[in-house]
Design a binder for this molecule. Structure first.
Ligand code: KIV
Ligand code: ZN
Length: 523
């Protein structure tokens, strides 16, 4: 058995289409915003990971969103590139069509709310008007591409007869994928299974489209609901790396993929994901956004394959299958993470970067990262994979508007801390020298003097990247301005330098965010 897909042609019936929305639903949650270069890097890596569809953004939301979708459509080959649009938005569909113009394969994803609650209070529309908008939105989207997805926002809380009518109208007007989101993470697995089963049984034309699941994690059920949706007949899964997304997040890609793979006996479905790349992908997102996953996170958490109890360790040594349901290597964990030392050359460094998913660094970025690696290797005996990731991610931010050039500090028990800072703002050099209550305070005051702003410090946290007193520090700085939150990250063997890098990174993100209008009616 097989089904027809507008972009992929004939697809075998056991194949699940992985639709990644890290760059859209994931990125729009507080603190997870990424700049265009970061999104482009993520999109290339998602392509190599083997996702089928990348939802690259919401082009009408801001000039920055438009540009990142446009750049991804221009440069990333392999996956279908998708742009989000409101079915009834004034310029949404045109904007998505324009941003996607250069994509090898493109999809427009249009959506409108269909639940009584959303129609009455959010849209203030009658159901008949919503039906008209669905028809118009899908017809319009088909003018740009044959691959059109329609979503019933708050679909899981939509009255069954009305949901059937909406889906029927969407199909009749050209939608080729029908997505039923559990927008507020309220549904249970049984309910999601039943919704898809019902739609496939009742809606005329249902066998000509692909049904899609999109579950939020407010009750911790996103992955379970997604797997139940597959049992109900969904053939596309919408998910994000590390499960990032609005509020409690979306269903985690790595968990769904490994559940389908490990329990093939139960689900009988396959994906195109190259599973040994899962850990690298998770780490790349964590270093870009500054949010590490919790240690006990399934698949990619630091403890996911760690066996602490003696009984378990003994069992694993005798036969790993006693306590491991999948091999660590199958999701990207390698036996040793010790990588390079101060005598390692540029070729070894380049090879290591390729292994870690940074194959596309240009020569300038490679040279800068190599110089920082040499500097780190001089100060630190062992350089681990995580050290390399931290410094390359840090280095790749150097195209930003505010850049750290130099920092000198003096502090101690008998003197007030003093910071001398040199930064550039849009290329113009600024020098300041400031005292403070400790070296971090002095350095942060210096930044505020060199680049005056009204953002307030909302969070400051420091963690070590690896073990030992010579480990690099990874700092997260959260800034808040007019209700907008941004998180910046920095890494360095010197804790204060890492804090300064994080502060500057957060300010750069804030500058990107200032031009972004918050899209209404979007989840
Ligand atoms: O959660 C949701 O309903 C969404 C839609 C826009 C697909 O993200
Ligand atoms: Zn969503």
């Amino acid at each position: 058995m097989a089904f027809q897909h507008p972009s992929f042609g004939t697809v075998s019936d056991d194949r699940i289409i992985i639709f990644d929305t890290t760059l859209r639903d994931g990125e729009q949650s507080p603190g997870f915003s990424m700049n265009i270069e970061e999104k482009l890097r993520m999109a290339h890596a998602l392509g190599e990971l083997g996702v089928d569809v990348i939802e690259a953004g919401f082009p009408v939301a801001s000039a920055g969103d438009f540009e990142s979708v446009r750049r991804i459509a221009e440069h990333v080959r392999g996956p279908v590139i998708c742009g989000l649009a409101r079915s009834g938005g004034k310029r949404d569909i045109e904007s998505a069509g324009e941003a996607l113009r250069q994509a090898e394969r493109k999809r427009i994803h249009n959506f409108i709310s269909t639940s009584p609650l959303h129609m009455k209070y959010k849209l203030r529309m009658e159901p008949e008007t919503v039906l008209e908008i669905i028809a118009e939105g899908n017809r319009k989207a088909r003018q740009y591409t044959d691959d059109v997805e329609w979503s019933a926002e708050d679909g899981s809380r939509t009255e069954a007869d009305f949901l059937c009518r909406c889906v029927e109208v969407a199909i009749r007007n050209g939608a080729t994928t029908i997505n039923i989101p559990d927008t507020v993470g309220f549904a249970t697995p049984e309910e999601m299974r039943a919704i898809f089963t019902m739609l496939r049984e009742r809606v005329p034309g249902a066998d000509s489209v692909i049904f899609s699941a999109h579950n939020h994690n407010d009750l911790g059920l996103a992955v379970a609901n997604t797997l139940a949706s597959v049992e109900g007949g969904a053939r596309q899964i919408e998910c994000t790396i590390n499960g990032i997304g609005e509020r409690a997040g979306n269903a985690a890609l790595e968990e769904i993929v490994m559940a389908l793979k490990t329990r093939h006996d139960q689900f009988g479905r396959v994906t195109g994901i190259v599973t040994p790349k899962l850990l690298g992908m998770s780490r790349m997102l964590a270093t870009i956004t500054g949010f590490d996953v919790q240690p006990n996170k399934a698949i990619v958490g630091r403890n996911a394959f760690a066996h602490e109890s003696g009984i378990h360790q003994d069992g694993v040594l005798k036969n790993a299958a006693t306590y491991e349901i999948m091999t660590p290597e199958s999701v990207g964990w390698t036996k040793t993470s010790l990588v390079l030392g101060k005598h390692s050359g540029r070729a070894a460094f380049r090879d290591k970067l390729a292994q870690l998913g940074y194959a596309e660094l240009d020569d300038t970025a490679l040279n800068a990262a190599f110089a920082r690696f040499k500097d780190l290797a001089d100060r630190k005996k062992d350089v681990f994979d995580d050290d390399i990731r931290a410094l390359v991610d840090d280095e790749s931010r150097d195209h930003e508007r505010i850049r750290l050039i130099a920092l000198e500090l003096s502090s101690g028990t008998k003197q007030q801390a003093h910071a001398k800072l040199e930064i550039t703002v849009d290329g113009a050099v600024q020098y300041v020298a400031v005292s403070g209550n400790g070296p971090v305070d002095a350095a942060f005051r210096a930044i505020s003097q060199a680049f005056p702003h009204t953002a307030e410090l909302a969070l400051f946290s420091v963690a070590n990247v690896t073990e030992g007193t010579d480990a690099q520090a990874r700092t997260t700085v959260r800034l808040q301005e007019n209700g907008k939150l941004v998180d910046g990250q920095g890494a360095d063997a010197d804790t204060v330098v890492s804090a300064v890098r994080a502060y500057i990174h957060a300010l750069n993100k804030l500058l990107v965010k200032r031009d972004r209008a918050e899209p209404e009616a979007l989840n």
